[in-house]
Design a protein around this ligand. Structure first.
Ligand code: PMP
Length: 284
């Protein structure tokens, strides 16, 4: 693959980042993942806006403009003949010193930037037909989950705990209520109503979440943004998750209990179709 590192397109085997990079030493970096269908970027605008927000929250400077960012994404799609999959983007605070907890003025150290593509079938996913199984785990992450940082150790551990339990993912629970999945937002369905936790610093403000809730309302589905428990989810008609690389994915089992009939829910599957169709209209 050809990847992008600090202003240059290079073969992935030749890409180099400093061992003093603060993202490597301290997880001092933010990222975005934008999906690609038919060689086009899905909701590039949403990801660019959230990237800016994450950077601002951490007093980090964006080394590229939005237009440049779009161009880099497009160049990588072209150079790698990418039709379906995604682009990973990471901006780090760079390598201003060997290792120092305090960071310097952004004027003194330019941020580092890395992008790479990955191919993946997104529209046709086997797990959509079967649905996924989740376990619940305690949410012990830090209090600013709204910032999309590369500090992903606990979500990785959660995914491993799920795999060990013979499941696909973990839903995290705080004070008795589901926050989100390890790398996705969590939803339940009761009748025609979609229930998902409201936005706050407790969860990532999913770009797919925003689009899905908008499309759901347009399709006359009811949307309620509120907390729910694992027990309520287990007793719901349907459950599902959303993220840029899974779109809408039905959840059929939570902590060993079947959700509904234990098969992908009708509303979730319809919402998935609507999402793919509608988001392609604004893909660039
Ligand atoms: N929550 C978490 C913790 C995530 O890591 C992700 C995916 N990065 C999401 C939600 C979904 O966000 P998006 O729809 O923007 O991919």
């Amino acid at each position: 693959r050809t990847v992008y590192v600090n202003g240059e397109y290079v073969p992935e085997t030749e890409a180099k980042v400093s061992i003093f990079d603060r993202a490597f030493l301290m997880a001092d970096g933010v990222y975005e993942v934008t999906s690609v269908i038919d060689g086009k970027l899905v909701d590039f605008e949403g990801h660019a806006v959230r990237l800016e927000r994450s950077l601002n929250e951490l007093e980090m400077r964006n080394p590229v403009t939005k237009d440049e960012l779009l161009q880099i994404h497009r160049d990588l799609i072209e150079k790698n003949d990418l039709t379906e999959g995604g682009i990973y983007l990471q901006i780090t605070r760079g390598a201003p010193a060997d290792r120092d907890f305090a960071w310097p003025n952004p004027d003194e150290t330019p941020s580092g930037i890395v992008l790479f593509t990955f191919a993946k079938n997104l529209v046709e996913m086997p797990s959509v037909k079967t649905g996924i199984k989740v376990i619940s785990i305690e949410d012990i992450r830090w209090g600013r989950r709204d910032i999309k940082t590369v500090q992903l150790l606990y979500p990785s551990m959660g995914k491993m705990m799920a795999k060990k339990a013979g499941c696909d993912d973990a839903w995290m629970v705080e004070d008795g209520f589901v926050t989100e999945g390890t790398s996705n937002n969590a939803y339940i369905v009761k009748g025609n109503k979609i229930i998902t936790r409201a936005l706050s610093n407790d969860i990532l403000h999913g770009i797919t979440r925003a689009a899905v809730l908008r499309f759901a309302a347009e399709a006359q589905m009811e949307v309620e943004e509120r907390n729910f428990t694992i027990e309520e989810a287990q007793a719901a008609d349907e459950a599902f998750i959303t993220s840029a690389t899974t779109f809408v994915q039905p959840v059929v089992e939570i902590d060993g209990a079947q959700v509904g009939e234990g098969v992908p829910g009708k509303l979730a599957l319809r919402l998935r179709e609507i999402y793919i169709e509608e988001s392609m209209k604004t893909a660039v």
